[in-house]
Design a binder for this molecule. Structure first.
Ligand code: FAD
Length: 313
């Protein structure tokens, strides 16, 4: 079987769900080898073994985490030279995509970003033109480098006991041009990360600026909270929670749009959700064209009633 490199996405050893998804996809293509950058590899090992990593290559040089992405791309180039992978999978985060682009140049390889599915070949599926078309693509030159969107696969466990191999890298001075001077974790909300959540409840202009009912319903379901751009531009909710073309792309099991009209730019970020529910007081609102279930009503009445019902169970 060929080796498939998976760049581990983690925070201090806590492996993100996207990595479990990448490992699941990697198993369709060959033997997954996880590349772990930074401290805490031992903490990450159980999660990496749970999803079938056959080996973990650990890169612990402090230079890799002191600077922005360039050293990581150089390090991956060196790992790739040794492992000779058939494919390299990276999460479609802002950082992941920049690493992937730099790596593609270094390896003189084709790059596909934002895949929503990857099958043997590897043949990728991308959702384009605001989600109106699906494109199947294949890298035809070099080692395929593919960034994969969150929720592209359901993580499937396949227990292994991967060995950890320490790997020394040498980082050039030119890669050390942008140093990280401070990094602050975002204020904890206690809710799941937007792009990883199984359920999202989003609010739009129809909330009138009061996200209380949206948050309460989200909390009753253990969901993340999202927002339309109109709500974000009005200063009602932070940009980090914006869903859509200029915000995050999400694909949860359940997406609830409350007081959101369903503009094409909003749909672009959520229309691949498995089940879509909308609450809107205008029965002609375009969002109803793509929903599985629709409630015509005032969200300030519907959401508290739904919250009460869920909380009772
Ligand atoms: P509106 O379109 O004003 O809709 C509000 C809805 O709430 C209406 O349907 C109304 O009937 C309903 N409503 C009102 N009161 C209630 C109530 N009490 N109960 C229930 N329903 C109620 N938008 C995004 O969301 N994400 C993006 O990333 C994004 N990127 C963009 C990029 C570009 C280049 C451009 C040009 C636009 C972008 N937009 C984006 C903006 C997008 O075009 C819409 O303007 C925006 O999505 C509208 O947000 P909204 O649905 O909350 O507001």
């Amino acid at each position: 079987m060929s080796n498939v490199l998976v760049l581990v996405d983690h925070t201090g050893g806590k492996v993100r769900k996207t990595t479990a998804e990448l490992l699941t996809i990697a198993r369709r293509l060959g033997d997954p080898i996880a590349v772990y950058i930074g401290d805490g590899v031992q903490d990450a090992l159980p999660a990496l073994g749970q999803y079938g990593a056959t080996k973990v290559i650990a890169l612990t040089s402090p230079e890799l985490t002191q600077y922005l992405v360039a050293p990581k791309a150089e390090a991956l180039q060196q790992v790739a030279a040794k492992v000779e992978p058939s494919t390299i999978l990276i999460s479609s985060s802002a950082e992941g995509k920049e690493i992937a682009a730099r790596l593609a140049v270094k390896l003189d390889s084709g790059l596909i970003t934002d895949a929503v599915d990857v099958q043997a070949g590897p043949v990728t599926t991308q959702s384009v033109f605001a989600g109106n078309y699906s494109v199947q693509a294949k890298v035809t030159h070099g080692t395929p480098i593919i960034t994969v969107k969150p929720n592209a696969a359901t993580p499937e466990a396949a227990q292994t006991s991967p060995e950890v191999e320490e790997f020394d890298v040498s980082i050039s001075d030119t890669a050390k041009t942008a140093k990280i001077v401070e990094s602050k974790p975002r204020e904890a909300t206690g809710r799941p990360e937007l792009t990883e959540a199984a359920i999202i409840v989003s609010g739009g202009r129809g909330t009138g600026g009061d996200f209380g009912p949206v948050e309460a319903f989200a909390d009753s379901l253990g969901a993340a909270v999202g927002a339309s751009r109109a709500a974000v531009d009005s200063g009602w909710y932070p940009h980090a929670y914006q869903v859509g073309q200029t915000g995050k792309t999400v694909s949860p099991q359940l997406y609830v749009a409350a007081g959101i009209s369903g503009a094409i730019q909003h749909r672009a970020g959520m229309q691949t959700s498995k089940t879509i529910v909308a609450i809107n007081k205008d029965e002609e609102a375009p969002i109803f064209e793509l929903v599985d279930f629709g409630v015509v009503g005032d969200l300030h009445k519907v959401l508290p009633a739904a919250t009460e019902e869920v909380t009772k169970r």
